[in-house]
Design a protein around this ligand. Structure first.
Ligand code: SF4
Ligand code: MG
Length: 390
């Protein structure tokens, strides 16, 4: 295997007036270089928080409270090992163990993220071309200087970092970067890129701005692209075009994509492997075939209930009776997070959280007692268990 990203036991909490919310609990992911890995789940399942945690974009009142996000890059590991020996394991660097200033040297060049809402990626007062040229400049500066790992000042906040890139844009943009920006617009299928480069974000349609955001994300030739619901806001035709574009770019560049979506059709079309997320946990992971045709977890079964098979997958997630559980720490307890809605729940499920293999294997696995014990050994629930739930 050629793992590029190794997320281990990652937990992200939000501290609210009602108490601690366990938005992401003990999450494990192993992502291979060049694959498209999908995370699918209902809204509120923790998909976006997972993406933002991996990118280290969690802001107060949220906090990453444990785990590691290890990125494999031999050159980066070598550059940081002297200053942060504990962060380095062979060619892997735990991005949570280095200061944000060091992490930021990776942003855009090794890691990029695209969001559902492209407006958030652009400054409305600067032309699209200038902003892309700036992204190109950031990449050039990052690869030109040796990576400085020791923090010279306090860590930048993301806001300060973004502000500094905006403020510096006019000073640094060269003709060469502008040409590259136009090439990028062309690459993502923007017609008349020379003219469109001089337009402002509001002059672009939603689909065009989405393409421009992808161009911006690709400016630094990232190893890993994290895409959070990249097509959700678009109509179906444009959505299909953007997915085709991502597919093509992935094949051309060999980049790794972590694709977050609630749409099973998008998963079926794009992904090599899938993690199904529920209530802050990945409850099942496997290849597309494992998940669509051979699922083990009752939640996955519920989601895919009326999707006949992989070829017929195009639908939205199926509604499952009952409510998503509270993620408030004091209300969660040790039970399986799906127990209140699970048609196969047993007494065991209420007493201990089901185990999930965290051994780094990429095998098909499910966080469910059905996958870990003999079904025969499990005790049936009392008859009235589902009374009062629906
Ligand atoms: Fe259902 Fe029990 Fe499996 Fe949870 S552990 S999904 S309650 S069978
Ligand atoms: Mg989301």
């Amino acid at each position: 295997t050629d793992e590029i990203l190794r997320v281990t036991d990652l937990s992200t909490r939000y501290f609210t007036q009602e108490g601690q919310v366990n938005a992401v609990s003990s999450l494990d992911l192993r992502i291979e270089r060049g694959e498209v890995f999908g995370i699918v789940g209902e809204s509120g399942s923790g998909k976006s928080v997972t993406a933002r945690s991996i990118m280290n974009l969690i802001e107060s009142p949220g906090e990453i409270t444990g785990g590691s996000v290890e990125y494999r890059n031999a050159e980066f590991a070598e550059a940081v090992v002297d200053d942060y020996p504990d962060a380095v394991d062979g060619e892997f660097v735990d991005l949570l163990e280095v200061p944000s200033r060091v992490r930021q040297s990776l942003r855009g060049t090794s890691f990029s993220m695209i969001f559902q809402d492209p407006e958030s990626s652009f400054n409305p007062t600067i032309t699209v071309g200038e902003q892309l040229a700036e992204a190109v400049e950031v990449q050039r500066r990052a690869s030109a200087r040796p990576r400085s790992t020791r923090a010279r000042t306090d860590d930048y906040s993301l806001g300060e970092y973004l502000l500094s890139t905006v403020l510096s844009s006019r000073r640094y943009v060269s003709e060469e970067s502008r040409e590259r920006a136009i090439e990028l617009l062309e690459l993502v299928g923007i017609p008349d890129p020379v003219e469109r480069a001089d337009e402002y974000p509001h002059e672009y349609s939603g689909g065009m701005l989405q393409r421009a955001m992808i161009a911006q994300a690709l400016a630094g030739e990232p190893d890993v692209l994290v895409a959070d619901e990249p097509t959700t806001a678009l109509d179906v035709t444009i959505q299909a075009q953007i997915l085709d574009l991502l597919d093509e770019l992935q094949e051309e560049t060999g980049m790794t994509i972590l694709l977050i979506t609630h749409n099973l059709g998008v998963i079926a079309r794009m992904c090599d492997r899938v993690g199904v997320m529920y209530a802050g946990e990945i409850v099942e992971r496997g290849t597309l075939e494992d998940i669509f045709d051979d699922q083990v977890h009752p939640y996955t079964e519920g989601l895919l209930g009326s999707v006949p098979d992989l070829d017929g997958a195009g639908g939205r997630l199926q509604p499952i009776p009952g409510n998503v559980p509270s993620l408030l720490d004091h209300e969660m307890g040790d039970r399986c997070h799906f127990a209140d809605r699970c048609p196969k729940a047993m007494e065991d499920c209420l007493e201990h959280p089901p185990e999930y293999p965290a051994d780094g294997s990429d095998h098909h696995a499910a966080r469910c007692v059905l996958a870990e014990t003999e079904y025969d050994d499990a005790r049936a629930l009392p008859d009235d268990y589902f009374d009062g739930t629906d």
